[in-house]
Design a protein around this ligand. Sequence first.
Ligand SMILES: [Fe+2]
Ligand SMILES: [Fe+2]
Length: 473
Amino acid sequence: MDSNYQDRIPNNVGLGANRALQRALEHWQPEFLNWWHGLGPSDFNASSVYLRTAISVDTKGWATFDYVKMPDYRWGIFLAQEENDRRVGFGDHFGQPVWQQVPGEHRSTLRRLIVTQGDTEPASVEQQRLLGQRCPSMYDLRNLFQVNVEEGRHLWAMVYLLHSYFGRDGRDEAEELLERQSGNRDKPRILEAFNEPIDNWLDFFMFTMFTDRDGKSQLMSLSESSLDPLARTTKFMLTEEAHHMFVGETGIARILERTCQLMQEAGYSEDVRKIGGIDLPTIQKHLNQWFSLSLDLHGGEVSSNAASYFANGLKGRAKEDTFDEHIVKDACYHMEFFEDGRATTKDVLMRNAMNEVLRDWYVGDCQAGVIRWNRILEQHGMSDRLRLPDRKFHRGIGMYSGFHFDPNGVPLSAEEWDKRKHDWLPSQADTEYLLSIMDKPVYEPGKFANYIAPPRRGINQQPIDFEYVRTEQ
Ligand SMILES: [Fe+2]
Ligand SMILES: [Fe+2]
C-alpha cells in the first residue's frame, strides 16, 4: 500500500497501524470504485462537484468543502469520539462495560444487523443514479451528489466494521454488498423500499425525507448498541444523515412554495399542471407512498427478534437515555390490533413491541416535518394541508400487510382498494406527468426548473447562483 494511504482514506481509526485491516480494505477499494463507476452517477464522473468531505470528526474537520470529481472523493472511516467508561445502556446487561469486540454468541446477529444497514447505502445510490439527467438546478444536482457520496461513505463505515470485527465472513459480506443490486430480479437489495426506482425528483425528495429518516431511526437505535465500535460509527453517520433529510424536507418545501405561487398567479381554480407545476394531490400521493414504505422498514409490530436485540443490548431505543427505565422486563405496550375486520387494542410486552416503539418515534419526527410544510400552505392562504396517512395504510410488512385500508385507516375490500388506490398512490399517469416536466436538466447556475422555488440560501454560505457543479459535457 502506498504511503499516501492515510491521506487517501481519511480516518480516525489508526488505519496506518493496522496491517490486516489495510490489506482487507486495499482489496475491497478497487471493487468499490468499480461499483461506483458502473452503478453510481457515472454520467457525472468527469464533473467537478462542490462537495463536503469529512476529514476528521471535530467541528472543524467534519465538513470541508471543495471541488471534487466524485470518483476521487476521499471516502473516509470515522468513529465518533470514544466515551470514557461507557456502559451498556439497556437490556439484561445494563450497567456492564460496553464491548470492544464482538461476543461470540451475538456474532451472527450483529453481522446481520450491520449487513442490513450497509446494504441500504449503495442501494440508494443505485436507485438515484440517473436523476442528475433531470436535475431542477445545479444547486440540487450538487445536493444529490452530496447525498450519493455520503451514502458511499456509509457503506465504507459498515465495511470497516465487517472487515475489522467479523473476519472471513465479514470480508465475504463486504463483497456481497457490492454484488446485490437495487431492483435486480436475481440479486435484489435486502429491503423492499430500496428496490423501487427513483427516477423523478419528487420521489427523490420524498425518499430523502422519509426513507433517510428511517435511516435516522435505525442509526439512532444502533448508536445505543453495546458493541462500542458500532455505536460510535453510527453516531457519526447521523451527522451526515441530517443533511440528507434537509435535502428532502427543503426540496418538498420549495416545490410547495412554487405550487402556491403558480396557483396565486393563475387563479386558485386553475389546474396547476396546465402551467407546469406539481399539484398538491400528486405531492400527497408521493408522501403516502414513501411514508408507508418507510414504516415497513421498521419491521413487524410484535417481534421476538426486536425483543432479543433489546434484551441482549444490540439495538436500543432512539434516545435511550431519555427513558426512565432501561431494563423493561415487565412493562407493557398498549398496541392496536386488527382482528376479524375490526381494530382492538391489547397489551404486549414492551420488549416485543420495540419495533413499534421506534416506529412511534419515527412517526413523530415525520409529523413535525409535515407541520413545517403546512406552514407554507398556510402562509400562502391555502386551505389545503398535507398529512401523514394512517399507519395501517399500504403496508407490506407486519400485521396490516394482508389487508387494505384507506389513508384514514378505514378497512377496504380488495375490490374497493383496486378501484381507488390511485386516489392515494402515484399512478402511471402521475409519473409520466412528472417526467414530462423534468425532461430537461437545468445546468445554468442560479436557474431553477419551473416547478420548484430557489432555496433560501446556498451551500456553505455560497450564493445561490454559485457554480456548484462544473459539468464537462
Ligand atoms: Fe446512509
Ligand atoms: Fe442517507
